[in-house]
Design a protein around this ligand. Structure first.
Ligand code: ZN
Length: 280
């Protein structure tokens, strides 16, 4: 069965992914008509052109259509998205404030090249927030929610296994999106709005997705998420905490390894930045 069909089946099993509320959705044109997938960790308003431009450009970055280090042209993006330049400028400013882009006077704007320090800092923040979510999930989630999470864990593993052969960026993006929704689901079932909001607001899942895309992390253990979700569903709060910590640290090691390779192929701008005392 083609991979796009398989992922469509997985998403079709979940009625929630058909929701059209709040504009937090991505339409995947190669999936069955009307199938829309909920994009986690977005608090975005798409009732404005700038909001739409923000989402579209962010998705291009997360898909790898705009690679880490790639320079952006406002005019080109405006033509591609059919949106005038001012909303594009507004969207780029927001993405820069959020840390996905960086700009330099007289040089331009590009997709931010993360330093190892950036990645480590984000990972530490993610560990603090998500281990707490894991503890609360173990204590507060219902039996049905635990079972549902275990099913998602197995599906995420299957999807990542399919990625070894898939070169379709749209497919990889959907897998990453589904992966993010698993982690956000844990926070939802932890029943602490402030914690869930913090995970969303700090974009911990978005950055994780960006780093994965940037370094093309693929070689996860085949049961990476099944083991995590089993520990959360069956273990004590302490065991859930430990499993989540290990899960995040394993991912961090892989990303840092990949980042070294990326660094070797770094752009001229990166080298220029290194001589700048404000760069770290
Ligand atoms: Zn994960």
């Amino acid at each position: 069965m083609p991979i796009s069909r398989r992922i469509a089946l997985i998403f079709n099993m979940k009625g929630e992914n058909r929701s059209t509320a709040n504009g937090r959705l991505i339409h995947a044109p190669f999936l069955p008509k009307n199938l829309k997938i909920r994009m986690p960790a977005s608090r975005d308003r798409v009732d404005s052109l700038a909001g739409r431009a923000y989402l579209e450009i962010r998705n291009k970055i997360l898909k790898g259509d705009l690679a880490v280090g790639e320079a952006l042209s406002r005019r080109k993006l405006a033509a591609e998205l059919g949106i005038s330049v001012p909303p594009i400028t507004e969207a780029l400013q927001r993405l820069e404030r959020e840390g996905l882009l960086e700009s330099k006077p007289r040089v331009g704007t590009r997709v931010r090249v993360p330093t190892p320090r950036d990645v480590e800092d984000r990972s530490l923040l993610r560990e603090a927030l998500e281990t707490q979510a894991a503890r609360l999930f173990a204590e507060r989630a219902t039996a049905a929610e635990k079972k549902g999470l275990q099913r998602m864990g197995r599906e995420v593993d299957q999807l990542y296994a399919s990625c070894e052969t898939a070169s379709d960026r749209n497919f990889l993006f959907l897998v990453n999106t589904y992966h993010m929704s698993l982690h956000l689901r844990i926070a939802q079932c932890a029943r602490c709005h402030a914690l869930r909001d913090a995970i969303e607001k700090e974009q911990v899942l978005i950055f994780n997705c960006l780093y994965d895309t940037a370094v093309q992390r693929r070689n996860l253990a085949s049961d990476h998420h099944a083991r995590l979700t089993d520990a959360l569903a069956r273990g004590t709060a302490a065991q859930a905490d430990a499993a989540m910590r290990q899960h995040i640290r394993t991912g961090l090691k892989e990303v840092l390894k990949g980042l070294k390779l990326l660094d070797r192929n770094g752009s001229g701008w990166r080298h220029k930045k290194r001589t700048d005392s404000s760069a770290r």
